[in-house]
Design a protein around this ligand. Structure first.
Ligand SMILES: Cc1ncc(COP(=O)(O)O)c(C=O)c1O
Length: 415
């Protein structure tokens, strides 16, 4: 007899699929489930810039490298993460920049998941939102994170299955008619997971205007900065628009370095709370309260991956090399989208497939049905999420024809 009252919880779909894939000994198996970068040979890719930074760190042999950091994290890392996210020049700072920086409280987190979680529990305690609005669909973990924070969740439409495109009108009209003052609106800064569909700049402006007019609180999740378009500036456009054009708005940003530095298991991230202009005095109190939560949960973020990012972002040469690595990753993904699309068109696969090349970032929301997804796994050993989300980086010149043929077969046979 146990004193616990525990009921089974469904396993995480992505990790369960990866396990099934690892246990599958079929030679042509393909993993399109996990959001991790793979090379043309289907292998992980420790970024060349990361390997160079690791080499330099080994040479530095800093005897403090295993010490505790401050509770808010590695103090030298924090402004680097902030400047990358918000577009400040780390080398030269103007007076205007200094006033804007003073609006931002930053702490290190356990990657993007930890930043989302910290933000959720911080807002739950100190803002007490009645509702958090998540896109439908969204990254599945958003649901868990906000459930654990005890904030009631609602969804706004995001995806139109009929047109396989972003449902801007649905999003706007739901938030307009149903969201209430003080509600949190969770927004994917770029490369929306799972749909790969992002608002245009004009649409972003309307979304932000709506948040401002209705006093809704924007919570940006930035997990793919630089990874989506190859440009760290372009992928931060929406966040920087709010910071610079809406100085009277507050917001927060969960920043991940997992994808853009290929540091998945190192757990590097940051959480930024942006106060409105005039509220700079509150920044230290915000940070102290974030530290209170961090201390009670895990005391401080891990240091190894953060030292790598710090090494890269403090060296102009390594930063330039990082930009090249980002381009390598984003262009390979774009070329794989094109290859899959071309092959489906060549095969005359029923349906339209243009969305595959129009979507952005790591994922494609293929439009395949759960039955077709099941058939891909069962008959062809190709693994993707039940929703039809495919991680494009699992495709390579070696398997894309196999995958396209398999999709062609299941689309024809399982309608
Ligand atoms: C939308 C989104 N947010 C956050 C994350 C968090 O990633 P991590 O915790 O690995 O940094 C991910 C990872 O897949 C994601 O897709």
């Amino acid at each position: 007899m146990t004193v616990l009252t525990v009921a089974p919880v469904p396993p995480d779909e992505i990790f369960a699929l990866t396990r099934a894939y690892n246990n599958d000994d079929y030679p042509q198996k393909v993993n399109l489930s996990a959001g991790v970068y793979r090379t043309n040979d289907g292998e992980p890719w420790p970024l060349p810039v990361v390997q160079e930074a690791e080499k330099q760190l080994r040479e530095d042999n800093n005897i403090f490298r295993h010490e505790y950091t401050a509770i808010e994290g590695d103090i030298a890392f924090l402004p680097l993460a902030r400047d990358l996210m918000f577009g400040f020049d780390s080398q030269a700072s103007s007076e205007k920049d200094a006033a804007t920086k003073a609006r931002i409280g930053t702490v290190q987190t356990v990657a993007g998941t930890g930043a989302n979680h910290l933000g959720a529990i911080f807002l739950a305690r100190h803002m007490k939102p009645r509702t958090v609005w998540l896109s439908n669909p969204s990254w599945a973990n958003h649901l868990t994170i906000w459930e654990l924070a005890g904030v009631p969740r609602k969804t706004y439409p995001y995806y139109s299955a009929a047109t396989r495109s972003f449902d801007f009108r649905g999003m706007m009209s739901t938030l307009e008619s149903e969201a209430e003052e003080g509600d949190v609106v969770l927004l994917h800064a770029c490369a929306h997971n799972p749909t790969g569909l992002d608002p245009s700049k004009e649409q972003w402006k309307s979304i932000i205007d709506l948040c401002e007019r209705k006093s809704l609180f924007p919570f940006f999740d930035s997990a793919y900065q630089g990874f989506a378009s190859g440009s760290a500036d372009e992928d931060a456009w929406a966040v920087r628009y709010v910071l610079n054009e809406k100085p009277q708005m507050e917001m927060c940003v969960a920043q991940s370095f997992s994808k853009n530095f290929g540091l998945y298991g190192q757990r590097v991230g940051a959480f930024h709370y942006v106060l409105n202009d005039g509220a700079q005095d509150l920044r230290d109190t915000v940070v102290v309260n974030l530290c209170h939560l961090i201390r009670g949960e895990y005391s401080m973020g891990p240091t190894a991956g953060c030292s790598i990012v710090k090494k890269v972002l403090t060296s102009p040469e390594l930063t330039a090399q990082w930009y090249d690595d980002l381009k390598t990753m984003s262009s390979r993904i774009i070329s794989m989208r094109q290859a899959l699309y071309d092959e489906l068109v060549r095969l005359g696969t029923p349906g339209t497939w243009k969305h595959i090349i129009e979507q952005n970032g790591m994922f494609s929301y293929t439009g395949l049905t759960p039955l077709q997804v099941y058939a891909l796994k069962d008959k062809y050993h190709i693994y993707l999420l039940k929703s039809g989300r495919a991680s494009i980086s699992g495709l390579s010149p070696k398997n894309v024809t196999y995958v396209a043929r398999a999709i062609d077969k299941v689309v024809r046979n399982f309608n």
